[in-house]
Design a protein around this ligand. Sequence first.
Ligand code: MF3
Ligand code: CO
Length: 291
Amino acid sequence: MSNKIGRNEPCWCGSGKKYKSCHRDFDDKISFIEAEGHIVPGHKIIKTPQQIEKIKESCKINVAVLDYIEQNIHEGMTTAEINKIVYEMTTDMGGIPAPLNYEGYPYSVCTSLNNQVCHGFPSDKVVLKSGDIVNVDCSSILNGYFSDSSRMFCIGEVSPEKKKLVDVTRECVYLGLEQVKPWGFLGDMAEAVHTHVLNNGYSVVREIGGHGVGLEFHEDPWVGYTFKRGEEMLMVPGMIFTIEPMVNMGKPDIFTDKKNNWEVYTKDGLPSAQWEIMVLVTEDGHEVLSW
Ligand code: MF3
Ligand code: CO
């Protein structure tokens, strides 16, 4: 990062204050950490208070949609019905489902069952049945600002093994979250997630991770879970990213369905679970924006 802004010029953050009395010390601190060999965030991914307010409005849709799904999901329902609910609720609230037409994705939501890892296509042929575990991954756009989160649901009588996978994956997210604070590193979060995964005899998907989000659907940084404390990007106030580990009951290996180039499955056919939250790094810790 280069501090080419003059002391008395307006700060890059849009506060209207002079650089020297706004983010200059902050930038100097980041440059120092960068010089020590760390990956640091650029200005582009540090959100202003005004942007954060807009992003939070988008998150309200995402949370409302997932709350509604949580109350209404049931055995016998098709995942196409979930897609319809997501589309209608999101647009009724003035938003747009972010997945729809995103890089050609043809639906408003991802619904991933059992051995499906992510990006499952909603379908009128997929009927939820007792024993299924399903991830519903919602993302919304409101006035150009993005939100993204997902939850797992257990349908009817789920085996203790699958129930544990779902519960442990949620615990992983919250253990990771505890590590989210300014001047720490994404690797601190990753290590906390991965340790809990391994302690339970599971594995984490390596190829697909979380991401910065807010002004775009997917921004820097990429957020993986196989890193160690002190590795990966420095966390600073104003950064927003997702924590969304995909945890496999068996091996970490995955494959993408060649028929549509979207739907991802475990290679060994064993179940996979995922929870996704969207988190803001604050001055003294973090704030969960969408869950
Ligand atoms: N919601 C997913 C995520 O967590 C993204 C899915 S891309 C889509 O990042 F096109 F399938 F929606
Ligand atoms: Co995401």
